[in-house]
Unconditional design. Structure first.
Length: 192
């Protein structure tokens, strides 16, 4: 991108690939999301809104406005949708448990909606909606559930965030772009 970094944009979106951590720098020398953004994004203090772990991919937003970041990460304010592949047979009972929630050291982990959208062998593809994002929320939630056939914990094999609020992922992997004014307004309207 060649946009002026000093313009009035409040948000930019990145399609984070696997293998990048969401931090400004890493003491282990791993690649960070800032390796995918122009150098001015680091210098102008564009901050990630929320996280995606090293093995996760998908839509990640950045802002220079702490109030915007707080509004978008406040529990209950913004629905995030993920597509995941789970190793194990996900049953209707698992879905009921995920909707009810499971206790963890990070508090109650639950989904707002879980939908089976595919399967292959001993794997199940799901679309998940949550409205908060505790540390490794979806991975821990499904890891607390047992495969009925083998008695082992379910394991999230891949996780991709495909939307945040009204914003859908529509950027190539590893690329970024500013949100349009209309996208910003749509994303931020009706939020507390």
């Amino acid at each position: 991108m060649t946009d002026n970094p000093n313009d009035s944009k409040k948000l930019l979106a990145l399609n984070k690939p696997k293998g990048y951590i969401v931090t400004r720098s890493d003491e282990l020398g791993r690649k960070t999301v800032y390796n995918l953004l122009p150098s001015w994004a680091f210098d102008d203090e564009w901050m990630p809104i929320g996280r995606l772990d090293l093995e996760s991919k998908g839509l990640l937003l950045f802002t220079r406005d702490g109030k915007v970041g707080n509004v978008l990460t406040k529990p209950g304010n913004c629905i995030k949708i993920y597509e995941i592949w789970v190793r194990g047979y996900v049953t209707d009972e698992h879905i009921v448990e995920a909707l009810k929630g499971v206790q963890s050291p990070h508090g109650l982990l639950k989904a707002l909606k879980v939908e089976k959208i595919g399967k292959g062998g001993a794997k199940t593809k799901l679309r998940i909606q949550i409205d908060e994002g505790k540390n490794r929320h979806i991975r821990r939630l499904f890891g607390a559930l047992k495969d009925p056939k083998f008695g082992t914990p379910l394991k999230v094999l891949s996780l991709s965030r495909i939307s945040i609020g009204s914003l859908k992922l529509n950027i190539e992997s590893g690329k970024w772009r500013y949100l349009s004014l209309a996208e910003e307004k749509s994303l931020l309207k009706n939020l507390n």
